[in-house]
Design a protein around this ligand. Sequence first.
Ligand SMILES: C[S@@+](CC[C@H](N)C(=O)[O-])C[C@H]1O[C@@H](n2cnc3c(N)ncnc32)[C@H](O)[C@@H]1O
Length: 210
Amino acid sequence: MALVFTDPPYDRDNLYLYAEVARFAARVPLPGGSLVVYAPNYAFPSVLELCGAHLRYWWTLALALPGHHALMREYGVRVAWKPLVWFTKSGRLNKQQIFDDVIQGGAKERDAHEWQQQVMTAEQVIENLTAENDLVVDPMSGSATTGIAAKRTRRPLAGDRSQAADRRARPPAAPRAVPDVARGSETMKTVIKVKANRLEAGMSRWSVRS
Ligand SMILES: C[S@@+](CC[C@H](N)C(=O)[O-])C[C@H]1O[C@@H](n2cnc3c(N)ncnc32)[C@H](O)[C@@H]1O
């Protein structure tokens, strides 16, 4: 496996999924593998802590968001960029593959999924961090944005097929973020313990296709 690229739900109750996906990426016995996760700005420290417990922090890519910027009233901030946080299993092997750490996002795509990300962004991350025929994995694939990008860039993909239906059946709108990090990491650890098996269950549904 070369790259786990995924976009977990951003609400506070689901932040434990960051730890679970990092734990999974750490278990795969291949050197040079990476995990890149979309992260909510409000919970950036939590993402570092949760994933950093299993993998080595490498870098943060900034996804610049064009157009109308969502207002986070609780913080008095308009969100003009989003972190893509990059962790590695044992360091980066191919440091000759040099690229800029700011990615220019395109116009929002929301035709297939409420939380849909852009294929173009996934393509850039995949091309910058992997070589052709390297495996790409997205355990929380939503509308299969990563899968489409993997196909376009000629990388085999492992994804959760049970979510492929998300492309066809748009889920009901839900709040994307509940910005309350003040409760601290002890609560987080308890949540992780209680819910740790859920992602494992989801991952058992994976299939590999090229
Ligand atoms: C933010 S969406 C991903 C959107 C995707 N990047 C796209 O472009 O369409 C998060 C996805 O994680 C899935 N998910 C939520 N909880 C999960 C869990 N416990 N295990 C695996 N997947 C989960 C949801 O079904 C949803 O499809």
